[in-house]
Design a binder for this molecule. Structure first.
Ligand code: XMP
Length: 513
C-alpha cells in the first residue's frame, strides 16, 4: 500500500487514481495524522502531494521530518518537494511562477542505478508545471536528474534517503512519461505494476457474494451514478434488486420514462415509481429559504422511501441493503474537504441507512466519474445516459428563487426543455458540464403585442467544468443565445426577458442557491 499525504492539491485524488490504475492500493491522509498512519500501516511507499501553500507562509502544512529516516521510498511532488527541501536544509524561494507545459531535460540517467528513469528513452519531454515557489538550493545528498529551462532542480533524487522530488506533476495527462515515472516509483517500492482494468464480472460477482439471498433496495434518480450502480445490481441479483424512483416533480422532464426504460431494457427489473408530486409541492408551500427547501425535500423523500420499505418487508422481502451510487470523489469529499462535504450532507438519501438499519452497497465506491461513464458504456447504456449532466438532488426547487409554486415550476421546466433543445441543435452539449434556466424571482417590464406587462426574468446558467470545483461560462455564439432567449420569452408565459450569467466559479457557484 502507498500512503499519499495530501497537502491540498487539486490533483491529490488524481495521484491516487494513477496509482490504483497501476495496481497499487492507496490511502490518502492529511498531514497532521500522516506520521501516525505511516508508523501504523508501514506502507511500501509514501507520496507527498502538491498544495497551494508556500513553505514560509504562516500555518503552511508540514510533516514530521522523521519520515525521511524511516527507509520507506518517498515521491514528493511540487509542494511536497519544496517542503522536503525546506525541512532538510535546502532553500525555497518565491521563484518564477509557471503554469502549464515545460520541457524537461534528463541530465542524469544513472541516479539510484537509474531505477526512477528506467526505460525512459527520450532525454527530453514535456512536463506540466503548476508552481509559484521553487527550490534553489538542494539539501545535502540530493542530486539532479533533470531540469527545465527555468528550473534547474525539476527532478531530483537522494538515493540514501530513497527520496525522489519532482517540481512537475507526473499525475496529469499532459505530462509525457508521467505514468512511466509513477510505475518506476512503484517498482522502487518493491511492488508489481499491474495495469488495473475495470472488470464488470468482478463487480457483479462481488455484489452477488455480498448480498446472497437478501434483497437490495435502491433509490434511483436517472443520474449516471445511480443508474450504473443499479444496472450492475440488476445484472448481479436480478429481481432481488428493487429500484425505487420517487417522482417529486422536481426532476427534468422525461426522467421517469428514462428510468423505466433503462431498468426494464438493461436490467430486466421493473422500477417502483412513486408519485409524490402533489405531496412535494404541498410541503414546499410558503418556503423561500433554499436550505429550508432542501430540508423539506430531503425529509419527505426519506418518509416516502421508508413507507415503501415497510410495504416490501410486509410482503416478506428481506431487504438488508441500500444501493447507493457513491463514487470515489464522494468518499474523499465527505472525508473532509470543504465544499463537497456540504453537497453530501444534503444529498437526498443521506440519513436513510441509519434510520432503516440497512447496510450500504456501494459498487462504484472506488471509481471516478469518467470511469463510471466508461463502465456505463461497457454495460451497453445508451450515450444519452452516459453523458447526462449532473442534476442536484433537490432538483428544480433550487433553480427557482423564492417559493416553488406549480406555475413557476411549470415555467422552469418549459424553459429547461427549450434550453436543452437549442443546445442540442447547436451541437454544444458535449462541452457543457451543466446548463439550466433560473427563475430569478425578479420582475421586469416587457411589451408583448400592444400591452405592457411585468413578468419574471429568467437567467441562463451554462458552464464548462472538469473538476466541479471551478467552472467558467460557456462562450456560446450570440445567435444561439438569441434563439434561446426569443424562444423562452415567446413560448413560456409570463417571462419578460432572459439574461446570461457570465460569472465564473469561484466566486459564484454553479447553482443559484
Ligand atoms: P455548486 O452550485 O456548488 O454546484 O457550484 C456544484 C455541483 O453540485 C450540484 N449541487 C447539488 N447536488 N444537492 C445535490 O445533490 C444539492 O443541494 C446541490 N447543490 C449543488 C450542482 O448541480 C453541481 O453539479
Amino acid at each position: 500500500m502507498i500512503i499519499i499525504v495530501d497537502f491540498g492539491s487539486q490533483t491529490t485524488h488524481l495521484i491516487g487514481r494513477r496509482f490504483r490504475e497501476l495496481g497499487s492500493e492507496i490511502t490518502i491522509v492529511t498531514p497532521d495524522i500522516a506520521i501516525a498512519e505511516i508508523e501504523k500501516e508501514l506502507p511500501s511507499g509514501i507520496v507527498l502531494s502538491g498544495g497551494p501553500a508556500s513553505v514560509y507562509q504562516e500555518g503552511a502544512p508540514t510533516i514530521d521530518p522523521k519520515i525521511f529516516s524511516l527507509g520507506i521510498p518517498i515521491l514528493a511532488i511540487c509542494y511536497g518537494f519544496q517542503l522536503t527541501a525546506h525541512l532538510l536544509g535546502g532553500k525555497v524561494i518565491s521563484g518564477r511562477k509557471e503554469y502549464g507545459p515545460a520541457t524537461l531535460q534528463i541530465t542524469n540517467l544513472s541516479g539510484s542505478a537509474g531505477q526512477i528513469t528506467k526505460g525512459l528513452s527520450p532525454k527530453s519531454f514535456v512536463v506540466w508545471m503548476s508552481h509559484g515557489d521553487e527550490v534553489v538550493s538542494l539539501p545535502e545528498g540530493f542530486m539532479i536528474i533533470g531540469s527545465t529551462e527555468h528550473v534547474p532542480f525539476a527532478f531530483v533524487e537522494d538515493v540514501k534517503r530513497s527520496f525522489i522530488g519532482l517540481l512537475f506533476h507526473p499525475e496529469v495527462e499532459h505530462t509525457e512519461y508521467g505514468r512511466h515515472i509513477l510505475a518506476n516509483f512503484i517498482r522502487i517500492c518493491g511492488n508489481p505494476v499491474e495495469e488495473h482494468k475495470l472488470d464488470i464480472d468482478e463487480l457483479v460477482a462481488n455484489i452477488k457474494e455480498k448480498v446472497g439471498e437478501m434483497f437490495v433496495i435502491g433509490a434511483v434518480s436517472g443520474g449516471v451514478d445511480s443508474t450504473v450502480a443499479g444496472v450492475l445490481a440488476a445484472r448481479a441479483i436480478g429481481k432481488q434488486f428493487v429500484p425505487v424512483y420517487v417522482d417529486n416533480g422536481l426532476m427534468r422532464e422525461g426522467t421517469e420514462d428514462h428510468v423505466k426504460k433503462i431498468f426494464t431494457s438493461q436490467g430486466h427489473v421493473e422500477p417502483i415509481v412513486i408519485d409524490a408530486v402533489g405531496e412535494t409541492l404541498k410541503s414546499l408551500r410558503g418556503i423561500a429559504d433554499p436550505e429550508e427547501k432542501r430540508k423539506v425535500i430531503g425529509k419527505l423523500y426519506i418518509d416516502i422511501f421508508e413507507r415503501e420499505m415497510e410495504k416490501l418487508l410486509a410482503s416478506s422481502k428481506p431487504v438488508k441493503f441500500l444501493l447507493q451510487g457513491t463514487i470515489y470523489s464522494d468518499v474523499i469529499e465527505s472525508q473532509g474537504t470543504n465544499l463537497a462535504s456540504k453537497i453530501k450532507s444534503h444529498h437526498n438519501v443521506g440519513g436513510l441507512p441509519e434510520r432503516m438499519k440497512l447496510q450500504l452497497l456501494e459498487p462504484l465506491r472506488e471509481l471516478y466519474k469518467d470511469e463510471v461513464r466508461t463502465l456505463g458504456k461497457t454495460l451497453g447504456l445508451p450515450d444519452e445516459f452516459v453523458w447526462k449532466q449532473p442534476f442536484p438532488g433537490p432538483g428544480f426547487a433550487v433553480r427557482i428563487r423564492g417559493e416553488v409554486t406549480k406555475e413557476r415550476l411549470e415555467k422552469e421546466k418549459q424553459a429547461d426543455v427549450i434550453l436543452m433543445e437549442e443546445l442540442e441543435k447547436a451541437r454544444v452539449l458535449q462541452s457543457i458540464f451543466i446548463s439550466f434556466p433560473v427563475m430569478t424571482g425578479a420582475d421586469s417590464v416587457a411589451v408583448k403585442g400592444d400591452g405592457k406587462f411585468f413578468g419574471e426574468v429568467v437567467a441562463l446558467r451554462i458552464v464548462e467544468s472538469q473538476d466541479v470545483m471551478t467552472a467558467t461560462w460557456a462562450r456560446l455564439s450570440y445567435d444561439v443565445l438569441q434563439k434561446i432567449s426569443s424562444r423562452i420569452v415567446n413560448e413560456v408565459p409570463g417571462i419578460s426577458r432572459v439574461v446570461y450569467d457570465i460569472s465564473t466559479k469561484p466566486p459564484a457557484t454553479m447553482e443559484w442557491e
